[in-house]
Design a protein around this ligand. Structure first.
Ligand code: SF4
Length: 299
């Protein structure tokens, strides 16, 4: 090991990741809680307001009792940023898997990994490509781990459309609003829409899902994208679907867009729908062993 390199041990990764899963499924990040509180204050429909109150009460209770905020604790997805100077990389994937098994038992998580051929549930949230890991190599010697436990109800109304390029942004707006209306109550609104534009089909879907990791209190630094996000949010909230689909102006909490260059013949648009249980948790492990939790306060 070089003098300024860092050997990551599987045990540290396993312990931090187990903690991250527990944090993610029992407590929403501060920015998401604030967005729900703001929506509650602004909602004028009495039924919609009472639904938001129930969601907020549920969040408070889950946090206090350290129990999952929803019975569907999601499909476990990891986003890992690995410092290029890091050593011990071969231990990371196994540690993420072990953490998934441990958290399934200890938190507990609902076993959500089913073999599509045999229909058998592994019982511990692992199996073929489960948990799923996205890798990114970054400069430096830290390891950043994010867990995204993704609920099935909201995932089921997500869409990928390969638009004709001449449909462009106008076509995208129509697809987004059609998706929100067609989804209705199914994704447990208020939702967050992660939208990926361009690239190929896989790139658009990846961008859309990764957008769900962005804090809700940060606006997009690209002004044309921020403008489109705002416009889509306003239109979606005119549908009247409301919290849990029971009416009101809070159908969508936030719209997050990411884009890539597109092929001249394609205009892919992916919309990944996230429910009010918009769970995510991140931590960074430093060379000296220090662990910084990025999404949650940890004493
Ligand atoms: S869509 Fe979200 S809030 Fe609704 S049941 Fe699934 S995980 Fe829970």
């Amino acid at each position: 090991m070089g003098a300024d390199n860092f050997l990551v041990t599987g045990q540290v990764v396993e312990d931090v990741t187990t903690k991250l899963i527990q944090l993610a499924v029992t407590e929403l990040p501060q920015d998401t809680k604030e967005a729900l509180r703001r929506a509650y204050q602004q909602e004028q429909d009495s039924v919609g307001k009472s639904q938001l109150k129930t969601i907020l009460d549920n969040l408070e209770l889950a946090e206090k009792t350290c129990t999952p905020i929803c019975q569907d604790t999601g499909f476990i997805i990891y986003y890992v940023k690995v410092g290029s100077k890091l050593e011990g990389l071969d231990q990371i994937e196994g540690a993420l898997r072990n953490a998934t098994i441990k958290a399934t038992k200890e938190v507990p998580l609902r076993p959500n990994a089913v073999d599509p051929f045999s229909q058998s549930n592994s019982g511990n949230n692992t199996g073929m490509h489960s948990p799923y890991v996205h890798w990114e190599i970054v400069p430096g010697n830290t390891l950043e781990i994010t867990v995204l436990p993704k609920g099935g109800g909201s995932e089921n109304v997500s869409v990928l459309e390969m638009l004709n390029p001449n449909q462009g942004i106008a076509g995208l707006k129509k697809i987004v609003i059609d998706t929100v209306i067609k989804a209705g109550a199914k994704p447990c609104p208020p939702t967050i829409l992660g939208i990926g534009i361009g690239g190929g089909a896989d790139i658009a879907v990846n961008l859309a899902k990764e957008s769900l990791l962005l804090p809700l209190n940060q606006s997009n630094p690209d002004l044309k994208v921020a403008k489109l996000e705002k416009e889509l949010l306003e239109i979606a909230n005119q549908t009247g679907i409301g919290p849990m689909g029971l009416g009101g102006k809070t159908t969508v909490l936030a719209v997050k867009i990411a884009y890539a260059q597109r092929h001249p013949a394609s205009f892919p648009v992916a919309i990944i729908v996230q429910c009010w249980a918009a769970r995510r948790a991140s931590a960074k492990i430093y060379p000296n062993g220090k662990v910084e939790y990025l999404s949650h306060k940890v004493n």
